[in-house]
Design a protein around this ligand. Structure first.
Ligand code: FNR
Length: 431
């Protein structure tokens, strides 16, 4: 007599288990962040991949972010005991395991359903901060439940003061630890990849997009199974009862960007929010000084990953001047183009407390869910550890300009034709 096979439920379970092992193997084979980008490129339709990967105008700023790191050299010190290495960092009264974090990225649910919650879980597991975007698909109240000590909330000021005040109040009620206000999007920028691909805001599934997406069936199935474009849950309370995801996105588009936002808005947020306040997107030392005077506890020095002003400097180029402008009491977090552990170490040497990145974890989560996001964080942590050992630094707090070769090296260190004195041939940031 034939034995009955496993029940449909069990078969489904086995299938999921096998597919999760496959995922994990793919993800574990990524040796660096660029590998995660390649994995994501295979899994995402072009319109979605380009939305993450692209920058504005000629994407010069995107490339500049990498070039700025590539111009620096770490000069190793030897014969020091580096058996034990400590990369923990204190930020706003809490100790994190590494000087890294996940930058806020809106619409993550488009790349994988529940991506925001997976990013929050990965951050909790790695004990690093996750900056949840207000343009995310998860509500801040849900994300903080997943990672109560690791979710920071990032908001844009809208044209509606009541909504701004309500977002701050919701963050307070949800016991968000750190509030981040992004200020670098006074208007939408010119993202030509999106325009060529027909990526309209809000996202619409046109026939052309659907046809290209058919080459990525797993993404299409997930997209259809979860009901098409994902809801921007932070904005749902401000839309009419029963509004669809598209209607909520349309409403969000009428409220942001808000070109009338000024320091007065930030001042109001400062008085309404008693916890640590971070301003994200500053590049000018005078703006950094003004933010500090207004009572900001931290600044994310950022050019939005080269997605806004194409002529903007790389944040790393502005870091020393900003550190000089704000003194030592304001915590500086460097963002944009961070792809290697050595980048984080260089940023620390130039005065930042930590460095955060957006695309790598997004590629990780798109390629392999939570395991992919975790892999990105793990790669960075391992690289930082290795670089610390290689330069003879056992503790992050010892890092400073002393580990850097000056940008205009003289003949004492290398001959003028030595490769080390020339900027390395620059690689495109993410291409
Ligand atoms: C972003 N970024 C961003 N920033 C922000 O403050 N709020 C947001 O909602 C978003 N959304 C967003 C979506 C996507 C797809 C990307 C790639 C980026 C900018 C982000 O926080 C960060 O500044 C950059 O991603 C940093 O550059 P790298 O690390 O991606 O090079």
């Amino acid at each position: 007599m034939l034995k009955a096979g496993p029940s449909p439920d069990r078969r489904r379970g086995l299938r999921l288990w096998r597919s999760s092992i496959r995922h994990t193997m793919n993800i574990q084979s990524a040796v660096n962040l660029e590998d995660l980008r390649r994995l994501a490129r295979r899994k995402l339709p072009r319109i979605a991949f380009d939305f993450i990967d692209g920058g504005s105008d000629d994407e010069l700023c995107l490339h500049r972010n990498r070039e700025a790191f590539e111009r620096h050299r770490l000069v190793p010190r030897y014969l020091r005991d580096v058996t034990r290495r400590d990369q923990s960092v204190a930020l706003f009264g809490r100790t994190y395991a590494s000087p890294i974090g996940i930058s806020p990225t809106g619409l993550a649910g488009l790349f994988r359903p529940d991506a925001d919650l997976m990013l929050a879980e990965a951050a909790r597991e790695a004990n690093v901060p996750f900056l949840l975007s207000s343009a995310a698909n998860a509500a801040l109240e849900d994300a903080i439940r997943v990672a109560p000590e690791h979710v920071w909330f990032q908001m844009y000021c809208t044209s509606d003061e009541r909504i701004n005040a309500d977002l701050v109040e919701r963050a307070r009620k949800a016991k968000i630890g750190v509030l981040v206000v992004s200020v670098d999007v006074p208007v939408n920028s010119n993202r030509e990849r999106n325009r060529r691909n027909g990526f309209s805001r809000p996202f619409r599934m046109t026939t052309g997009v659907a046809l290209e997406a058919l080459g990525h069936p797993a993404w299409v199935l997930r997209y259809l199974r979860t009901g098409g474009i994902p809801m921007m849950r932070n904005w749902k309370p401000y839309a009419r009862e029963g509004a669809t995801a598209g209607e909520v996105a349309d409403m969000y588009g009428t409220l942001t960007p808000a070109p009338m936002v000024t320091w007065a808005h930030l001042k109001r947020i400062r008085s309404a929010w008693s916890g640590p306040l971070v301003v994200k997107g500053l590049l000018h030392p005078d703006d950094a000084r003004e933010a500090a005077q207004l009572g900001a506890d931290g600044i994310v020095i950022s050019n939005h990953g080269g997605r806004q002003l194409d002529a903007a400097p790389a944040p790393l180029e502005m870091l020393p001047e900003i550190r000089a402008a704000v003194g030592k009491d304001v915590q500086l977090i460097l963002d944009s183009g961070v792809r290697r552990g050595s980048d984080v170490v260089i940023a620390r040497c130039l005065g930042a407390q930590s460095a955060i990145f957006g695309r790598p974890t997004l590629f990780g989560v798109a390629a392999g869910g939570r395991a992919g996001a975790s892999r990105a964080l793990q790669i960075m942590r391992n690289e930082i550890d290795m670089v610390m050992a290689q330069i003879g630094c056992a503790s992050l707090s010892d890092l400073g300009p002393g580990y850097l070769m000056s940008q205009q090296p003289g003949p004492a260190i290398g001959s003028s034709t030595d490769e080390t004195t020339l900027p390395r041939k620059s690689q495109p940031a993410t291409v």
